[in-house]
Design a protein. Structure first.
Length: 69
């Protein structure tokens, strides 16, 4: 259910907002990987969650691009 709500929110955003969301998610992933490498990360499952969110954002961007054509 939580994922469905997240996808609805993503689909409601514009292309610019989606790109901004993608950039911030990639920055977060970088920071999480850095923390993991320095043994400062407590919740390693967050890396997986952020990676999947990046894939979801990219999927919605692709859907919007194909619907325009």
């Amino acid at each position: 259910m939580k994922i469905d709500k997240y996808l609805e929110d993503l689909r409601a955003k514009s292309a610019v907002e989606l790109n901004n969301e993608l950039v911030s998610a990639k920055k977060e992933l970088f920071n999480l990987r850095f923390q993991n490498a320095t043994n400062q990360l407590d919740n390693t499952g967050r890396i997986r969650e952020v990676r999947r969110n990046i894939a979801r954002i990219q999927t919605v961007i692709t859907e919007k691009a194909k619907s325009v054509d």
